[in-house]
Ligand binder design. Structure first.
Ligand SMILES: NC(=O)c1ccc[n+]([C@@H]2O[C@H](COP(=O)([O-])OP(=O)(O)OC[C@H]3O[C@@H](n4cnc5c(N)ncnc54)[C@H](OP(=O)(O)O)[C@@H]3O)[C@@H](O)[C@H]2O)c1
Length: 296
């Protein structure tokens, strides 16, 4: 047992990655390059404000230049696309992140496709998604799936031949994570099952899993009796549940009933403190890589 019991400490692993990224930033500085990341936020979604704020703070801490464009909720698609086009041509910014979710009148697919694939550090452009599907490592992998993958590797979890069950087939987490773990590659080679709202007997799939990843957005959905004893459980979900005792009136919980599942799991991510910090670490790593590739 490690000192934290069966917990995977996402914060500590993220710090490890930040240290590696900081060393790369120092190396870039010797040739006069400072990585730059431009954030675009549309509307006043409170969670998006929090997420962009956390990412900006990490940029400042590591010495990545950042700039945030906040556009009103009523921004037209043409205005947003014009800003993205300007940022695509702006040499000081090597990465562009358009924070999801966008207001409903904007077509997210068209917006993500407008970001230059070379600056698409979120990995949502169809070219980067396609490269991930094909196993071409020259693309950018979306940050949350990349963070989950890295978290498993750095925790010493064997992926080759493992039965992985991913709950959720979203474009941001479930689908790209399945593609990543399925790669014919030494650090992947898993057998992946993806479950969703139309899956028959989802609990039976979960009970077979050596590695169970919950990315649905349903508070505390995964209960102890859905988990094989000794399985690795990764909780990606972020859900607000009402909590009259909290100042904000709510608290954040994951997709896993942590108290019930922890005693049964071999390894488990806390939530918060698991996947979230890894997502930000991968964003900064992608940004530094974009800076290296664009200036090399
Ligand atoms: N920690 C982080 O850094 C991070 C980053 C991104 C997202 N997240 C969190 O991860 C979660 C998933 O995000 P997402 O963007 O992938 O969501 P999404 O696109 O809405 O996908 C949710 C998926 O879950 C499935 N699902 C929902 N309820 C279900 C149920 N009762 N039974 C079975 N399947 C169900 C949906 O099935 P259908 O396809 O059939 O509708 C869908 O495939 C959210 O809580 C989000 O906040 C966390």
């Amino acid at each position: 047992m490690n000192p934290t019991g069966n917990l995977i400490d996402g914060r500590a692993l993220a710090e490890q990655i930040h240290r590696e990224t900081a060393a790369e930033i120092t190396a870039l500085a010797t040739r006069g390059v400072q990585p730059g990341l431009a954030f675009v936020r549309v509307g006043d979604d409170p969670a998006s404000q929090v997420y962009v704020g956390m990412k900006e703070r990490q940029c400042a801490r590591l010495g990545v230049r950042s700039q945030t464009h906040v556009l009103p909720a009523a921004t037209s698609e043409a205005e947003l696309l014009a800003l993205i086009a300007r940022l695509n041509d702006e040499p000081a910014f090597h990465g562009i992140l358009v924070q999801a979710p966008l207001p409903a009148h904007l077509n997210s697919a068209r917006v993500y496709a407008a970001v230059s694939p070379a600056k698409d550090v979120d990995g949502f452009h169809p070219v980067n998604m396609g490269k991930l599907m094909l196993g071409d490592p020259s693309g950018f992998v979306p940050c949350t799936p990349a963070g989950v993958h890295e978290l498993l590797l750095r925790s010493g979890v064997a992926l080759a031949g493992a039965d992985v069950v991913v709950l959720g087939r979203g474009n941001i987490v479930g689908k790209p994570l399945a593609a990543l773990l399925l790669q014919k590659a030494p650090q992947a080679d898993a057998t992946v099952t993806v479950c969703h709202s139309r899956t028959r007997d989802l609990a039976a799939h979960c009970r077979r899993a050596d590695i169970l990843v919950a990315a649905m957005g349903v508070a505390e959905f995964v209960k102890a009796d859905m988990v094989k004893p000794g399985a690795v459980v990764v909780d990606v979900g972020v859900n607000r549940v009402p909590d009259p005792a909290a100042k904000s009136g709510y608290r954040l919980v994951g997709d896993v009933d942590f108290a019930g599942v922890q005693p049964r799991a071999g390894l488990i991510t806390p939530n918060p403190g698991g996947v979230g910090p890894m997502t930000i670490a991968m964003l900064l790593r992608n940004t530094v890589r974009a800076a290296r590739l664009l200036t090399g």
